[in-house]
Structures are given as C-alpha cells and as structure tokens.
Design a protein around this ligand. Structure first.
Ligand code: NAG
Length: 408
C-alpha cells in the first residue's frame, strides 16, 4: 500500500506544479520536487529546501489567503491529487502511509496545494464544485421569499447550518415538513436544493421522490424498495453530501422505509460508505389540521402568529402523528425510531401573505404590478373557516399562474 503508488502521485503533483501560472522556476523541476519534502525528513517550509520560506510566502501571496482546510476537503484533495483516502476501506491500517503523511507534510503545504488545485477550477471551497452550501443565500432568500413561516424559516436555516458546519455529524439530517398544501413546503425544499447545490434539484447529488409518481402501486413495493435502495446508495457514493426529498410522504408506503432507514440511522463506523452527510426531507400534509387549529386559536385569542412557539407546536404535532389512524404513514415509524431530527411546521397563510406571493410572482416575471392587482389575485383564493375567512385553503398554490388573468 501507500509507497507503491508514490511515483504516480508525485508525477501528478509535479504536473500540477508545471501548470502554475507565472515563472515558478525550480518549483516545476521534476528532480527537485521528487527529492523534496516527500522523502526527506524535512519540513516543507524548511529554509533552503524546495519549499523555502521565501517561495512559500510568494506562493501564498500569489494565491491569496486560504481558509482553514476541513478534513473532508483534505480527503477530497488528497484523493484527487494522489488517489489517497479515496476508498478508506482499502487500507487495513487506520493511519495513512508513512513517509509523507499529514503531520510531516504540514498544514501550510496543504493550504498551498489546495489553493492551487482550486485555482484551476477543479475544486471549490466545499471541496466539490457540485456542492455550494450557500447558507447566507439560503437564509436571505427564505427571509425575502418565504411568507408567514417564522418557524419553518428558523428551524430549517439553523438545522441545515449546524449540520453542515459540524465536522463529524453522528447521523444524517432528517427534517419532516408538515402543513397544508401551498404553504411553502416544496418551495423550501427547492430553496435548500438550489442553495446547497450548484444545479439545484437537477444536481446528481439531489434525488426527489414523489410517492404517487415513483411508487404508485402497493403491490410493487418490493421492487420499489430495491430501486430506492439502489438510487440512494448510488447517490451517497457519488456525492459527499446528498439531499433526498420525499414529497407526498404521507402516501409513502412504510415498507419503503426499510430501504431508507439504514441511510438515516446513526453512523456505524464499520460501514463502507460514510452516510453522514445526507439530508432527508419528508414533505407531508399530515398534522396540517393541528397546525391550523393552533394558528386559529392564537388568532382568536388576539395573539400574533409569530408568538406560536416551536415547543408548543411540536408537542401537538407529535401527539397527532402518533394517533392510530396515522400509523400507516412511514413518518410514524420515523418518529418511533427517533430518526426525525426536526419537525418543520408550515402555518396556514393569510390574505396578506397571498398578496406577497402574488407580488413575488409579478417580480419574478419582471412585470409591473399594482396594489389592486395583488388584491385581485388574492381575492381569487378561497379563505377558511367559513366565519372568519382567515386562511387561504390553497395557501399560495398556483398564485403564479393566476397572475396571468391580471396582466395588462
Ligand atoms: C448565494 O445566494 C445568494 C442569494 O440567492 C446569491 O445572491 C449569491 O450570489 C449566492 N452566492 C454564491 C457564492 O453562490
């Protein structure tokens, strides 16, 4: 192991050296580099060595400041440059090969190398160009475009942020979205995909499963199971960070959960693939009535909906989801097995929220709008309950199509 592949690695590393912009003199010299820091018990930044301080500074200056390397990033880099750490299970010994291991080479050296590698556009800050993890953007866009959902916004942003920033999460992140249709569950799932992945929902690291579309017939559950398992395991092997979205989760056959469960469970160190960086989103309208009742109660009591707290709502949600009539739903199983990390409640939308959705729809098409036009769109929706006419029965669903009626 290790040693045998050294020449190949060096060749590749030197290839990179030669690609450096500007005259780097001795840096590109194959002989110097081969003899260099790899083989000799000498630090990469030792004076006079191929990585003398002056040159090191020059490289660093040239490339600009580089942030601290995450372990995953290092592994990615090591894999790309040296074919090392790509498949950890290949090596029986826990520590990497001697001679050129991490402590000897030194963090500074890695910084430079990684900066190079990235300067060729082959990798990104996250260590993989397909993954962008734009958390600031996610938060900003949810703030600007998700209306009336103070709880969902907060829970999603915090959960995703904490998960992605944790160096070694214990398990996959599992979020269960609940609420009536049109309240923004799909919208948020799409937002998460588009801010974590360059290609959004189209990314090869993102898979969307819609119960009635992908698994329509109960009699085929076994073959669905096999397919689902295959797709999930292929995706986690292809991507260091994957996102799985299950829409219409209330119609997800609980048998299919057997296929998904191993990927969500706590990380087992003996596992071949590291499943830890997977995010699972389950979208359902279960619990929607409970959420709406709570919102209505608050309104009737003259309290602002922003006063509804997560603690209060989660308790009610859990109770409802544990009721026998919901037991067919895979979620009750998820709940029982403690696989759900966060409930994400979506509150019913009021008239002024629908107007904001209409405004966004005009803006998205670059069309001018008037207050009257927004009112016209909002008035097309049905509001419930009968007496108060408080909540849009369809939330903001199809609002963007409805603006067609009001175009000049
Ligand atoms: C992050 O998202 C915001 C909002 O969508 C966007 O304006 C910004 O350009 C994104 N940043 C990166 C680095 O992709």
């Amino acid at each position: 192991m290790g040693r045998g592949r050294l020449p190949a690695r060096l060749g590749l590393a030197c290839g990179l050296l030669l690609l450096l912009p500007g005259g780097w003199g001795g840096l590109g010299s194959r002989g110097t580099a081969t003899r260099g820091p790899w083989e000799e018990e000498r630090g990469p930044v030792a004076e006079g060595g191929p990585w003398g301080r002056a040159r090191y500074e020059a490289v660093k200056k040239h490339l600009g400041a580089v942030g601290a390397l995450s372990k995953q990033y290092w592994q990615y880099l090591a894999c790309k440059v040296w074919q090392e750490h790509c498949d950890e299970e290949e090596d029986e010994q826990p520590s990497p090969s001697p001679g050129w291991s991490l402590p000897l080479v030194g963090q500074d050296y890695l910084e430079i190398l990684s900066a190079w590698y990235c300067s060729f556009g082959k990798c990104c800050k996250t260590g993989d160009c397909r993954i962008i993890n734009n958390l600031t953007g996610l938060e900003a866009d949810l703030n600007g475009q998700l209306h009336g959902q103070h709880l969902a916004k907060e829970v999603v942003v915090q959960a995703v942020q904490r998960f992605l920033q944790s160096p070694r999460p214990e398990k996959a992140l599992v979020l269960s979205f609940h609420g009536w249709s049109g309240t923004g569950k799909n919208f948020v799932a799409r937002m998460v995909a588009s801010h974590l992945y360059r290609d959004g929902l189209k990314s090869e690291c993102v898979r969307v499963f819609i119960s009635l579309l992908h698994f329509p017939h109960h009699k085929y559950v076994d073959s669905y199971k096999a397919q689902l398992k295959k797709q999930i395991s292929e995706t986690v092997q292809l991507c260091r960070q994957s996102l799985f979205i299950f829409d219409e989760a209330e119609k997800l056959h609980f048998g299919l959960l057997d296929a998904i469960k191993p990927f969500m469970a706590r990380y087992d160190s003996k596992g071949q693939v590291d499943y830890q960086r997977s995010i699972f989103l389950f979208l359902s309208n279960l619990g929607g009535n409970t959420i709406n009742e709570v919102a209505l109660d608050f309104w009737r009591a003259g309290r602002a909906r922003e006063e509804i707290s997560m603690e209060f709502l989660e308790q009610r949600l859990r109770l409802e989801l544990q009721e026998p009539e919901e037991s067919g739903y895979a979620c009750s199983l998820l709940l029982k097995e403690n696989l759900i990390d966060f409930f994400v409640p979506f509150l019913p939308l009021e008239y002024h929220h629908v107007k904001l959705c209409a405004r966004d729809a005009f803006l998205a098409r670059g069309l001018p709008y008037t207050e009257a036009a927004l009112d016209d769109v909002a008035r097309m929706m049905v509001f419930v309950p009968k007496e108060e006419k408080l909540f849009s029965a369809q939330g903001c669903k199809s609002v963007s199509q409805r603006i067609n009626y009001f175009l000049p």
